[in-house]
Write a protein that binds this ligand. Structure first.
Ligand SMILES: Nc1ncnc2c1ncn2[C@@H]1O[C@H](COP(=O)(O)OP(=O)(O)O)[C@@H](O)[C@H]1O
Ligand SMILES: [Mg+2]
Length: 372
């Protein structure tokens, strides 16, 4: 594989097309490690104050196409929100010569090299919707101010222009302009998330990061909000990053997706390819835990032993090896060297180690383990 495409300075990364013509955002080799103090036991004694690295995001690369949804899934703590926050610049890469690394390219341009105008465009083009959009807002703000705030900060619009834009986006999300006078607590959960979406839409962004946007909602409301998001996407050619642990939501909304485990992408590609043929044992386990198996589909359930292991000082090689039910050969190169994603079928990439794939052979081995 060549390292670059013809028109782009965006480096090649496995699983990414690196074509900046199609991509609004390209994340390359993103790494965010947090320095944490932890208790450490040695020779039966607790040694406190040990400093360790919590590898929240470790060498993550993906592309977001214009007008498309990219899903990030994985168990709690695998680094999804940190990835979103790094893109939103709510979390920064340390620049003090520490271990943080990576680049984010916006329309082919490295964020680090953006002009002031480019930075301003970036800040308005990328917006976010969180699970609970009110946690960070003053409960005494009226809806008008909640939605108008980004306009007030980022534009020179007059009060009346802001008010008319607020009315416009309220209608777009299925509410009424007269409701702009109300306070958030006067709305239901679903309506409040509509207001959160209206706030994200106000500046006419091109990419919205949706971090668990429907997780806190009643199941009956989720579909309405997902449909609204899909309609808005078509209407405005919006790109989304959907962070979710609910796989049904991901399957419904995402064109492409990545499965993360301990800060590392384990499987990535077209959503349908992954759901139709999940290759990684971990993806199989997530799917069997989340989606009831269909009687017509012959797929044995895979249940992983144990809990998610701590992201503090994970293995230097394949991070999944401490979770696999299969035996890991300590002499294998991937015991100490991180394996890359490999394209096993078109637009379907997976970490390929002797213990990561849900091959027939590995399934047979796992079935025999369960007999023990
Ligand atoms: N500011 C921080 N300081 C230290 N650790 C953090 C910080 N933010 C997140 N983490 C840790 O990073 C890991 C990834 O967190 P997060 O990105 O929130 O995961 P997810 O969204 O997938 O649940 C977790 O172990 C979390 O505790
Ligand atoms: Mg999260």
């Amino acid at each position: 594989m060549t390292s670059k495409t013809k028109n782009s300075s965006v480096p090649y990364a496995p699983g990414c097309n690196s074509n900046s013509d199609n991509s609004i955002l390209q994340v390359r080799n993103l790494r965010k490690w947090f320095n944490v103090k932890s208790a450490f036991r040695f020779a039966g004694r607790d040694l406190f104050g040990t400093t360790s690295w919590l590898k929240a995001v470790d060498d993550v690369s993906f592309d977001i196409e214009y007008g498309k949804t990219f899903g990030l899934v994985g168990e709690s703590g695998c680094g999804k929100t940190t990835t979103g926050k790094l893109i939103l610049q709510l979390e920064k890469l340390s620049t003090d010569g520490s271990v943080d690394a990576g680049n984010i390219f916006f329309k082919g341009e490295d964020l680090k090299n953006l002009s002031d105008a480019g930075k301003k465009e970036y800040r308005t083009s990328i917006q976010a919707v969180f699970q609970d959009p009110w946690s960070s807002l003053n409960p005494r703000m009226r809806v008008r101010d909640v939605i108008g705030e980004p306009l007030k900060i980022a534009t020179k619009m007059t009060r009346s222009q802001i008010n008319s834009r607020v009315s416009e986006v309220l209608e777009e999300v299925g509410l009424h302009s007269y409701q702009s006078n109300l306070f958030p607590h006067e709305f239901s959960g679903g309506q409040r998330q509509r207001i959160g979406i209206a706030r994200a839409l106000a500046l006419q962004p091109e990419l919205i990061i949706l971090d668990e946007p429907v997780s806190a909602l009643d199941v009956s409301i989720r579909a309405q909000i997902m449909n609204l998001l899909v309609d808005l996407q078509k209407e405005h050619n919006l790109a989304y990053i959907l962070i979710a642990h609910n796989l049904a939501t991901v399957r419904y909304m995402c064109h492409q997706m990545a499965v993360m485990y301990l800060g590392v992408i384990q499987e990535m590609g077209d959503t349908e390819a992954i759901f139709n043929d999940p290759m990684h044992i971990y993806t199989n386990a997530l799917i069997s835990a989340a989606l009831p198996s269909h009687p017509d589909i012959e797929r044995e359930e895979i249940i992983l032993p144990g809990e998610v292991v701590s992201p503090i000082d994970p293995p230097s090689g394949d991070v999944f090896m401490t979770r696999t039910p299969l035996e890991v050969d300590e002499k294998h190169e991937y015991f100490s060297t991180r394996p890359n994603l490999v394209e096993k079928s078109k637009n379907h990439w997976v970490i390929d180690t002797p213990w990561s794939l849900a091959t027939k052979e590995n399934r047979v081995k796992m079935a025999s383990l369960e007999l023990d």
